[in-house]
Design a protein around this ligand. Structure first.
Ligand SMILES: NC(=O)c1ccc[n+]([C@@H]2O[C@H](COP(=O)([O-])OP(=O)(O)OC[C@H]3O[C@@H](n4cnc5c(N)ncnc54)[C@H](O)[C@@H]3O)[C@@H](O)[C@H]2O)c1
Length: 552
């Protein structure tokens, strides 16, 4: 087996690692030394000449060069990583999967005093107040270290080594958690094969006395039943409540039925619900949790890609009315959000492909690496191939999208400003979705049409370079998104956008792409909107609109 040691600079990874390797006659690998040997220069020299980005590239190659995890049940290799190696999601996937990962944790004050006596200069700390620098690093990185088994690193090295041995005795698990974050909008956990154990821990933390699972028939079949069985095997009494499948769950009468079921089960205010399903299920279960007894806790376990990258995060819950979608709802944050990519293996390819429309949108908000990932692996993800599950690329996609949403929502939970940027591609997208009828077009597919429209508008206003617009257009083409003209007219979409406008107090604010992010504009001339609509509907723009936009 491989034991991987992670933690901030100064946490003793090398010292503990050498000692542990020595006791087991195992190979000790210091990742930083490995990089220096491979590149032929010291870490400081690499930082000086290639900057942090260059160093991280070498680090990624070194992590890959470790090869597959050692399957011997004895400790055969001990790998001490540089403090920042785990920032890269793909490094974490390789380092944590099939290996025993241990987080040597100490307070920034202790680490700072250790580092001030150390001859080894850490580039990210050099020249700064070490404690302040380490505090900053801890805030940024704890969520990356946290999936590893935590051991306090202030004890003497011998005691730490024995603690690591005790943890390693059970060997690696078949699952991998790549991120665990405590945020103001709930605990966020991402990984593969983690659903049951994460729900188990979430219920424990809630001091729950039973597991009350809300799901729907398909999600129950592919995910819920196994989670229920694992919880029951762990001693939890399990209650199951099934909602209708898909959008049919999002009805007020379903909310009433589920609430009455909760009364029948004597669910009290201190209890916690667990939602297992796609966005429609998590929206409805979230609304039930927001309103039942004026609010009970909920753990969200999304089983669709849309749910994992968007719907189940951020606390917006709602059901539909005959007059429109999501018209009755509430803000209600989950206590925990668990994204387990293993649950996506059974998802129909149309669902996967559509969700990528939303993922491309997140990339356009300013995540270059996410766009590159979709360019590289998007088609394989859309086909439901095994490779993106195996290579960590799907886990990285989920993490990048989910975390982008966490960052925006924690800064603007109630949609007062920044959260609006998440609406890139959504103004026209929602209009198309509503005009086409929600049964015929999926949300992510509509967003892809909306993105084409938003890029055409941004080109007409000259706020995005042509190259960027072409890149996103090509990517949507390759993903097979928003290719054929949707069966709606510009007038129909206009009509639905007018309803949005009324809700926005007479003004439509447009989120439009720039070279590396977005801007919000409420001064967009009608001709530019027509150009956007034409691009989204895959028709030629009206001549008068083109002439007017050239004069802009
Ligand atoms: N609250 C938000 O912020 C937010 C954001 C985006 C979307 N949404 C909402 O999310 C809903 C769409 O969610 P969705 O795209 O997840 O669709 P969905 O919830 O309707 O599920 C789609 C289908 O997939 C099936 N399914 C679920 N998990 C599966 C699995 N693992 N394997 C096989 N089949 C599975 C379901 O039974 C269903 O038939 C919409 O109602 C939308 O309004 C909400």
């Amino acid at each position: 087996m491989d034991v991987v040691l992670v933690g901030l600079p100064g946490s003793g990874k090398s010292a503990v690692g050498r000692r542990l390797a020595h006791r087991h006659d195992a190979t000790f690998i210091d990742l930083d030394e490995m990089i220096e040997r491979r590149v032929g220069r010291s870490i400081s020299a690499i930082f000086e000449t290639e900057g942090e980005a260059g160093f991280r590239g070498h680090e990624r190659e070194a992590v890959h060069a470790l090869g597959p995890a050692d399957s011997d049940p004895r400790i055969r290799r001990v790998i001490a990583t540089g403090g920042g190696a785990v920032v890269d999601p793909r490094n974490r996937w390789y380092l944590y999967r099939g290996r025993v990962a241990v987080w040597l944790r100490a307070s920034p004050v202790i680490l700072g005093s250790r580092l001030s006596h150390s001859a080894n200069v850490r580039p990210l700390i050099a020249g700064r107040d070490p404690v302040a620098a380490l505090r900053e690093l801890a805030t940024e990185r704890d969520r990356f270290y946290s999936p590893a088994l935590e051991i306090g690193s202030s004890a003497p090295a011998g005691a730490i080594v024995r603690a690591v041995e005790a943890r390693a005795a059970a060997g690696p698990t078949g699952s991998v958690m790549t991120m665990r974050a405590e945020t103001s909008i709930g605990r966020v956990e991402i990984g593969q094969g983690i659903a049951a154990s994460s729900v188990y821990v979430a219920l424990q933390r809630q001091q729950a006395s039973r597991a009350i699972l809300l799901s729907e028939p398909k999600a129950w079949e592919v995910a819920g039943a196994a989670i229920a069985a694992a919880l029951a095997a762990g001693g939890w009494p399990v209650e199951r409540i099934l909602l209708p499948r898909g959008e049919r769950a999002k009805r007020l009468r379903v909310v009433e039925r589920i609430s009455r079921e909760l009364v029948r089960l004597h669910v009290d205010r201190k209890e916690t619900l667990v939602a297992i399903g796609g966005g429609a299920l998590t929206d409805t279960a979230g609304f039930v949790a927001a309103t039942y007894l004026r609010g009970v806790s909920i753990v969200q376990v999304p089983t669709t890609l849309v749910g994992q990258i968007d719907a189940a995060l951020g606390g917006k819950t709602a059901v539909d009315l005959p007059e429109g979608k999501n018209l009755v709802g509430a803000f209600h944050q989950p206590v925990a959000f668990v994204a387990d990519i293993a649950l996506l293996a059974t998802l129909p390819t149309r669902q996967l492909r559509a969700a990528l429309g939303e993922a491309v949108k997140v990339g356009c908000l300013g995540d270059e690496r996410l766009l590159e990932l979709i360019e590289q692996d998007g088609e394989a993800i859309a086909r439901g191939d095994k490779q993106p599950f195996e290579s960590g690329s799907l886990a990285e996609l989920v993490e990048r999208c989910a975390w982008a949403k966490v960052e925006v929502v924690t800064a603007d939970e109630r949609d007062a400003g920044l959260r609006m940027t998440l609406n890139l591609g959504h103004t026209i997208g929602h209009g198309i979705e509503a005009a086409a009828g929600y049964e015929t077009i999926l949300h992510g597919e509509a967003v892809a049409y909306g993105l084409r429209g938003a890029f055409a508008m941004a080109r007409a206003l000259d706020i995005v370079p042509e190259e960027r617009a072409r890149r996103i257009g090509d990517l949507l083409d390759r993903l097979g998104l928003a290719l054929a003209a949707p069966r709606v007219t510009a007038e129909m979409v206009h009509e639905h956008m007018a309803t949005d406008k009324k809700r926005g107090m007479g003004r439509l604010s447009w989120v439009l792409p720039t070279e590396s992010g977005v801007v919000v504009r409420s001064d967009v001339p009608p001709e530019v909107v027509e150009i956007g609509l034409a691009a989204a509907l895959r028709t030629a723009p009206p001549t008068h609109a083109m002439e007017a936009s050239i004069r802009l």
